[in-house]
Design a protein around this ligand. Structure first.
Ligand SMILES: CC(C)(COP(=O)(O)OP(=O)(O)OC[C@H]1O[C@@H](n2cnc3c(N)ncnc32)[C@H](O)[C@@H]1OP(=O)(O)O)[C@@H](O)C(=O)NCCC(=O)NCCS
Length: 267
């Protein structure tokens, strides 16, 4: 029996670059990308072709940034998908591999983000759970100084991206993936939480606990829907992927006001 064809549309490095330009991505932009490869259709060259197409458009003065989170480096007491037996938890904490920006894989960020992380010139930030990776002339400066007690706040790459007038590209994913909304959570009254992970220090591997702002994606989809109604967002298709392009700073500013009004509690 003959196998069925893959679902299209067929995308190539060139067709993707043309459509990124049509959407409004420009030479020299600093771009934060959240993505799904599958949503594009069928890409000849897969994730590598998508990254090359974006780098073609951004050119040698543009910088591509992706989230490269590694949330499994965390306290097993909080794991729910799946939870682990009580007796395992101390052993998991004791043997958790320390974050290594060169080798720790990303989790749930998608193969395009993982491809950027392993790009030859990629620079990755230092947070063991919520790192970003970047390729381009501003990669070093944008990724520097990611504080351990500041997952997505003022000492994270998000605040630097805001100052650099970066834009966000949601490629086949919704506003629930829009990390910049988290920066707004640092700018409104809210709770604090303890956050634990394994890191490498000069003294060797260490299990560390810090206090950081309590974060939640709860109602980010509604927040995004309102943002889209009230502010300028470019919408279009790249391959089969519904895509949105907007100013990162605009999203943070809108989220700050919206969260105060519509989610005025610590989730
Ligand atoms: C979770 C998520 C990554 C899943 O998207 P996805 O498209 O299914 O997964 P990937 O981007 O990793 O792409 C891999 C899939 O692409 C498809 N694929 C494989 N080769 C392909 C090709 N050449 N062309 C097109 N699609 C291809 C396959 O279905 C593959 O899935 P499989 O490995 O299970 O077979 C996505 O929904 C998402 O949420 N992305 C945003 C993440 C993010 O930035 N989060 C921030 C949180 S604060």
């Amino acid at each position: 029996m003959r196998e069925s064809f893959p679902t299209g549309p067929l995308c190539t490095r060139k067709s993707l670059a043309d459509q990124f330009r049509e959407l409004g991505v420009n030479h020299g932009d600093t771009l934060l990308l959240h993505s799904s490869l599958r949503s594009l259709g069928w890409v000849n060259g897969g994730a590598e072709a998508v990254v090359l197409a974006l780098l073609d458009v951004l050119g040698d003065t543009g910088t591509l940034v992706v989230p490269t989170q590694s949330s499994d480096n965390s306290d097993p007491a909080n794991w729910q998908h799946p939870p682990v037996p009580e007796a395992w938890k101390p052993i998991i904490r004791e043997t958790m591999l320390p974050y290594d920006p060169r080798t720790t894989p990303t989790r749930l960020m998608g193969v395009i983000a993982e491809t950027v992380r392993t790009w030859p010139s990629a620079v990755r930030s230092a947070h063991p759970q919520t790192s970003f990776s970047a390729v381009g002339p501003h990669a070093e400066s944008l990724m520097a100084g990611h504080a351990l007690d500041c997952a997505f706040g003022e000492q994270s790459p998000l605040a630097k991206l805001e100052r650099a007038h970066a834009r966000v590209l949601l490629l086949g994913v919704g506003f629930e993936s829009c990390t910049p909304f988290h920066l707004a959570e640092y700018r409104i009254p809210g709770g604090m939480t303890e956050n634990s992970f394994a890191i490498m220090t000069d003294e060797g591997r260490q299990w560390m606990t810090v206090r950081d702002t309590a974060l939640s994606e709860e109602r980010f989809d509604e927040l995004g829907a309102d943002f889209e109604k009230e502010r300028t967002i470019v919408r279009g298709k790249v391959g089969g992927a519904g895509s949105r392009l907007f100013q990162l700073g605009d999203a943070v500013q809108f989220a700050q006001r919206w969260l105060l009004l519509k989610r005025p509690y610590v989730p």
